[in-house]
Design a protein around this ligand. Structure first.
Ligand code: ADP
Length: 760
């Protein structure tokens, strides 16, 4: 490849595509295609990929997660499978963790793809950017697309809410590489993405439920602070029956009341003012637990926000309907081929295989790792730990060795920052939201004498290069001020040091007062802490059992996260099946060129028969009511020989109304294409309205049954059962709505020949 001229090298893309057309496979092309982009990278970017990067590229092409350490050059590695799979013209998507990285990589790596004749798309936009369908289409039609998991998920949901094929912008998924795969595929996958839309009707149940829960005595509800559950005891539900004068709170009829009582119970017990939220400007604003900041514009879903507003007696915001929801598990599993990259995936391989069928392949580092990872230093109390950490930082700082000091939360970072100031040690703090600026600070973090205080979230994907003279001092020192909820995060932090064979070290400080030990540590640790907290005087705990306890606490924390994710997957399962069917149905309608009139005919026939069968005791009045509600606002009279008892007469009447109305509308529209569009939209609207109800209903139901689970009922089973029942009802509802859409919509033609259709 080296010998080829630029033009010859660029021409390879055309040759490869011809060979694909002639029946060769991507696997056949791999060696030559990889050689081509390796040479192109060298010419365009000035980087010639290492052999281990080629190995990584092969692992990615074959649909694995490639575990590659920080600084090994995952960005460059990904260009290999992206180029190869991009040749197929079916799309190769790279998902990064944030907008900044997606844009940066698309710009930098994009140069090479363009040079080789591939198209490149970026799926992230500014918040206020007005993005039209053409632009979105170009993003997903590109051979190679850089985007984020959130943008991809919301685009997927949006794409399945459009009304015509001209508005569709996504094509079938083909191949995706997920950067920071364990974080995206596992950690972020704990909560589903929800797209919300039209406001629901505001209910007055919030107020009465709020008043009700405040009258509850202790035996009437159960609250477990650690597990974060709260529900009415059987005594409580009996009291509710009495209070609201109802037969059974758990019957379907009282679903909404039950749901609101649950919301009020949670608002009063699980959400604490000034910890989980603040009240400011007559509004409830959520706090980010990790950073302590106000999450502007973020609201809790499914009514819990409104329940808190009721509790705090501020104005209630409109509750919006969930219009679509998808978990990352479902989203990524729609790709025929998934691959991922991460520095720390091997530890989570079991879960990655069981959830995504994704094996993890460990790619060796380009040069051997020289970092030294010291065992944890464990202290009894927090102040002792703080002191010991600062002492160590001072020691190291004296030598000029750069230090990265990482804490779990912004609060703790700020404490360290203050302590460093007191010691007169200049440092940068990296907790801000501005990822682009963080990248700059991270670049400085490897210079002589630098001290950088950070949270793990900060500076993802930007590696720390060592400044002049730093190697001789031992490279970067990573100091962790606590063990993170997940050992993968610890390893990511350690991995900041010792990149590309550099020297470096890592060391974690722990106290028995750390959150992870309090929440998940063995009981004896708490006892030990109580007995020794006042007399330990800075003593380092060297016994093995303390380090073991730390490891155990972390394992328990990881297990809790795994089961929370399993729960999410199980709940999503029935929704996933239904979503698949509905979206497929929508697509078949949108893309079907045939007229759907025959189907409409069939639906009317079926529903007329259904009406007749279900109303044996009908009267003239009740039929008239039915017609006014569903067929015509203007219905006046029956013909002479009309016999309300005769099924046949009723059938003829309704069928006649339908025929007349559609003939009338078709005459006004007077264009075959527009006529079939009218019927198509009548169906689509009906499906969407019912489906949105269904998604929303299941969303609400989930919050009710997950608390019932503990109250001796099998919540998951009830959820599945109700989900199925409501899905069956949905089919019927859709048909009823179709009838109304066809019959009660009004069609007008303006003098200039345009026509307008209004649905009820
Ligand atoms: P990772 O995401 O694996 O931590 P990056 O993709 O950020 O690593 O790359 C780390 C640094 O290494 C970048 O500055 C990149 O330009 C550089 N790099 C990667 N591969 C090579 C290579 N083959 N030759 C020279 N520099 C490289």
């Amino acid at each position: 490849m080296e010998k080829l001229s630029d033009l010859e090298l660029q021409n390879q893309t055309i040759l490869f595509r011809q060979r694909l057309d002639d029946g060769e496979t991507l696997d056949d092309l791999l060696p030559e295609a990889f050689a081509t982009i390796r040479e192109a990278n060298k010419r365009v970017l000035g980087m010639f990929a290492y052999d281990v990067q080629i190995l990584g590229g092969i692992a990615l092409h074959q649909g694995n997660i490639a575990e590659m350490k920080t600084g090994e050059g995952k960005t460059l590695t990904a260009t290999f499978p992206l180029y190869l799979n991009g040749l197929s013209s079916k799309g190769a998507i790279l998902v990064t963790t944030n907008d900044y990285l997606a844009k940066r990589d698309a710009e930098e790596m994009g140069q090479v793809f363009k040079w080789l004749g591939l198209t490149v798309g970026v799926g992230v936009f500014e918040d206020d950017e007005d993005v039209d369908t053409e632009t979105r289409k170009a993003v997903y039609d590109a051979d190679v697309t850089y985007t984020t998991s959130t943008a991809l998920g919301f685009d997927y949901l949006t794409d399945n809410l459009v009304a015509s094929k001209n508005e569709k912008f996504m094509r079938d998924f083909n191949y995706v590489i997920v950067d920071e795969a364990d974080e995206v595929l596992l950690d972020s996958a704990q909560t589903p993405l929800i797209i919300s839309g039209s406001p629901r009707v505001q209910s007055n149940l919030y107020d009465i439920s709020d008043q009700f829960v405040q009258t509850l005595s202790e035996e009437e509800y159960y609250y477990d602070e650690e597990d974060k559950v709260v529900y009415l005891t059987s005594k409580g539900s009996r009291y509710a029956d009495e209070y609201f004068d109802i037969d059974d709170l758990y019957s379907n009829k009282n679903f909404e009341l039950n749901r609101h009582i649950n919301l009020a119970l949670r608002a009063h017990n699980l959400y604490k003012k000034n910890k989980d939220y603040v009240v400011e400007d007559d509004e409830v604003k959520l706090l980010d637990i990790r950073t302590g900041r106000i999450l502007e514009g973020t609201r809790l879903q499914s009514g819990i926000h409104q329940a808190i507003e009721t509790k705090e007696k501020v104005k209630k915001t409109k509750e919006s309907r969930a219009m679509g929801s998808v978990t990352y598990q479902s989203l990524f599993n729609m790709f025929p081929k998934i691959a991922g990259m991460s520095g720390t995936a091997k530890i989570a391989e079991d879960e990655l295989i069981s959830t995504y069928k994704l094996p993890v392949i460990v790619i060796p580092t380009n040069t051997p790792v020289q970092r030294i990872d010291f065992p944890d230093k464990v202290y009894t109390t927090l102040p002792e730990k703080l002191q010991a950490t600062i002492d160590t930082v001072k020691e190291i700082h004296k030598t000029g060795q750069p230090i990265l000091l990482v804490s779990g939360t912004v609060d703790i970072s700020e404490i360290y920052s203050k302590l460093l100031l007191q010691e007169g040690i200049a440092h940068s703090v990296l907790t801000a939201k501005n990822v682009a600026k963080e990248a700059l600070i991270i670049k400085e973090a490897g210079q002589l004498g630098a001290v950088t205080v950070a949270t793990p979230l900060a500076g993802r994907g930007t590696d720390i290069k060592l400044g002049k003279g730093v190697k001789e001092l031992g490279g970067l020192a990573v100091i962790g001020t606590e063990r993170m909820p997940n050992s993968r995060v610890d390893w990511q932090l350690r991995g900041r040091a010792g990149r590309q064979g550099d020297p470096g070290m890592s060391l974690f400080f722990v106290s028995l007062e750390d959150e992870i030990l309090i929440n998940h540590g063995p009981k004896w640790v708490r006892r030990y802490f109580k007995n020794h907290k006042d007399k330990s005087q800075g003593k380092l705990l060297t016994q093995k059992r303390f380090r073991r306890a730390v490891a155990q606490a972390q394992e328990k924390s990881e297990d809790a996260a795994v089961s929370a994710r399993n729960f999410t997957i199980q709940y999503d399962e029935s929704l996933r099946v239904q979503r698949k069917k509905i979206y497929a149905l929508r697509d078949s309608l949108i893309f079907d060129e045939e007229s759907v009139k025959d189907e409409i005919d069939a639906i009317f026939k079926e529903m007329i028969k259904y009406y007749i069968a279900h109303h044996p005791k009908r009267t003239l009045q009740s039929l008239r009511r039915y017609i006014l509600d569903n067929y015509s606002y203007k219905f006046q009279y029956y013909s002479q020989d009309f016999d309300i008892r005769s099924d046949h007469s009723v059938y003829r009447l309704l069928w006649h109304l339908y025929r007349n109305e559609t003939i009338r509308k078709e005459e006004i529209i007077d264009n075959p294409e527009k006529i079939s569009e009218f019927y198509r939209v009548s169906i689509l609207k009906a499906i969407d309205e019912c489906w949105i109800e269904q998604v929303d209903h299941l969303q609400q139901l989930k919050s009710v049954v997950s608390t019932r689970q503990i109250a001796q009922r099998n919540g998951m089973f009830e959820y599945y059962e109700e989900s199925l029942l409501s899905y069956d009802r949905l089919g019927e509802e859709v048909k009823k709505k179709i009838i109304r859409n066809v019959m009660l919509s009004s069609v007008d033609k303006t003098p200039d020949g345009k026509h307008s259709i209004y649905f009820v």
